[in-house]
Design a protein around this ligand. Sequence first.
Ligand SMILES: Cc1cc2nc3c(=O)[nH]c(=O)nc-3n(C[C@H](O)[C@H](O)[C@H](O)COP(=O)(O)OP(=O)(O)OC[C@H]3O[C@@H](n4cnc5c(N)ncnc54)[C@H](O)[C@@H]3O)c2cc1C
Length: 414
Amino acid sequence: MDTTRPTTIVLGAGVVGLSTALYLQRSGHNVTVVDPLPPAGGASYGNSGLISSDTAVPIALPGMLGKVPKWLADPMGPLVVRPSYFPRALPWLLRWIAASRMERVLKISDAMRALHKESLKCWREMLGPELFADLILPVGQIRLWEGGGAESTIEMAIAERHGIRAEPLDADALRQIYPDIAPGITRGLLIPGNAYTVSPQRLVRTLGELLVAAGGEIVAERTQKIIPRGGAAGFLLMNNITNRTAQRVVVATGAWTRELLDPLGIRVPLQTERGYHAMMPSPNITLKIPMSIKNRGFGLTSMEDGLRAGGTVEIDSLHAAPNEKRAMILMEHVKRVFPTLQTGEPRYWMGHRPSTPDSLPVLGVVPNQPGLFLAFGHGHFGMTGGPPSGRLVAQLINGATPAIDPAPYSCTRF
Ligand SMILES: Cc1cc2nc3c(=O)[nH]c(=O)nc-3n(C[C@H](O)[C@H](O)[C@H](O)COP(=O)(O)OP(=O)(O)OC[C@H]3O[C@@H](n4cnc5c(N)ncnc54)[C@H](O)[C@@H]3O)c2cc1C
């Protein structure tokens, strides 16, 4: 280890922690990443792999309030709140509804756009051209609606506001791209500027490999508590099998972040939106372009190890057991879109989206806590916003001019 370089510890080896670690390393830091799980052992493992650089639509949109009773009533709908968890989720849900006001939505969308439009550039920077070409396919994404639905007016207004290209597809155009699609699906929207990865797991693991190959360290430890030692003395990390000290610590622990911040008195409204996937190992259908089926809230992506249906939102505790039925129902949804699909025995998975009520991550400094930096809360868009977030946090740590304005992502906004 070069002892003349600053040393920084990053907590969390998901897409956000490893992107931050890599940008820090390349700007001259010795970096240690702490995580009890191997790289991509959290939400970064099983997501739908959509890199939505040309998407800037927050999750909470006008009209959400009226939908809450329906969500509570349908346990297999695209968004559910477990009734017994509802009182605990209520403060977060109220903030979420407040974020759906039109003027907030437009501001949030601007901040999402600033981050997301840098995504492919940052992935390219981190991976280099060969690994990028191997792992990321910039072929666009297609949004679909069953039963004649369509992009909402607000979604169209947001695309127009940011000059995002979107090409409507009629039934014939859809059938050329997806010859096996159900006859009832007749409308789609191609977003050509979006992309996807053939393997979220291998993509994020590759970030870890690049870090280690350049002298970084990833240690299999869990931080139990962050203890400030005062000023330049930095922090003591009480980990499960050792103690570590560092002048700078980045907290990138995804949905688990409140367990570390609450004891420091740093309050952020973070809720896990649990999501599921069904991975079909030997499908008889391959998608040239990934799709998201908007009315059912899931994505369908051909990956290197099969066809993945991933999505749905379940508001519940971090520690509650998965409800496998929510993963299984994805298979029924997929068969509605591709009635002739054969798949082999699917594998099921649940992951924890780290979600803020306003769909924006929490990035940057903590007031009165010099040396502590935050990088979490990417919700539905970590594979997209993770790399530009890592770059931004590294720039803030280095005192460099940030590539984008960090203000909208500050932890003080709540
Ligand atoms: C079903 C589903 C589909 C999705 N689809 C997409 C998509 O298509 N496109 C997209 O952009 N995003 C998608 N997402 C969201 C995306 O997966 C997340 O936003 C992203 O993975 C979050 O990354 P992260 O690094 O913050 O968290 P994680 O990947 O969860 O990593 C956090 C890490 O912190 C570690 N950790 C926790 N506590 C501690 C501790 N005390 N000490 C040390 N380490 C700790 C955990 O072990 C974990 O490895 C999807 C999510 C789900 C669930």
